[in-house]
Ligand binder design. Sequence first.
Ligand SMILES: Nc1ncnc2c1ncn2[C@@H]1O[C@H](COP(=O)(O)OP(=O)(O)OP(=O)(O)O)[C@@H](O)[C@H]1O
Ligand SMILES: [Mg+2]
Length: 319
Amino acid sequence: MKIAILSRNSKLYSTRRLVEAARERGHSVRVLDPLRCYMRIASDGFSMHYKGRQITDYDAVIPRVGASITRYGSVVLRQFELMGTYTPNSSEAILKARDKLRCHQLLAAEGIGMPITVFGDNPDDTQDLLAMLGPPPHVIKLNEGTQGAGVMLTEKPSASRGVIEALRGLYANFLVQEFVAEAKGADLRCFVVGNSVVAAMKRQAPKGDFRSNLHRGGSAKGVRVSATEQDVAIRAAHALGLGVAGVDLIRSKRGPLILEVNASPGLEGIEAASEVDVAGAVLDYVGARFKRGGPRHASPGRPLHEKTAGESYLLKSAS
Ligand SMILES: Nc1ncnc2c1ncn2[C@@H]1O[C@H](COP(=O)(O)OP(=O)(O)OP(=O)(O)O)[C@@H](O)[C@H]1O
Ligand SMILES: [Mg+2]
């Protein structure tokens, strides 16, 4: 197959690993910087160029579109889709996953567990908004925050109101959630490929924090996730139409609760923690989907990915 990897930087770990896995499987592979893809859109036909040359005949494209280039990246990906190139994650699915509120609405509509979440616009409604959520502690999150920055815990109603007022004053978008204390500062990253969780890791917050982000001093290790957790992670990815996704969840008294679905999940942390060849799993999935012909774009709901839970993808042989 001829495969393009859409990525800003060919030296990034995830990009390098995908290239390696593609070459191991005998594919021809090229890394394309999405910001260097440009296109002619006309009713008599499309064309897309890369650094002065026409982009043609790619069988599959694997998008690695970071948050900062979501818009342009998704336009380029859509162009590949219109030209008949297969992608495990469609531009539409990536846009759904990137929008936190939309993502929460879609998952809740599917009956997938998540921390109860409220958001509103007008300061006059804050009192009732918080009443809809229930008593504190509350977790307040900036919509555009990542890596744990912009995630706050408030223990008293006056603190919740104060933070909300301050954020409104700064014109920041945010949502408010129930605090799930039973998670004990840990979350699980489940790496979903097709119909399987191929690898998982548990991230634990450092002492004194409830945020498990590695950038906040959290630590990661491989973990076995239950059948229910796998099922929820896979359903969450499918609800958004993603064939490849990093699904973050926390363990609660009422079962696994989804925090986030990442459409371009990094490979470095998860491969190190789980010792699973995640890049290989992604490439096998792309190869199998492509061979099937079928719909050119992701409709990940059917079983294709037969290997389970990393057993066949261990980077190091178990000794
Ligand atoms: N409602 C909650 N109850 C308990 N702990 C939570 C809750 N929400 C988040 N956390 C903890 O805080 C961490 C950071 O939250 P979250 O993942 O939502 O934000 P982020 O990492 O900044 O953004 P993103 O994951 O969208 O890039 C989580 O990994 C989890 O450990
Ligand atoms: Mg997170």
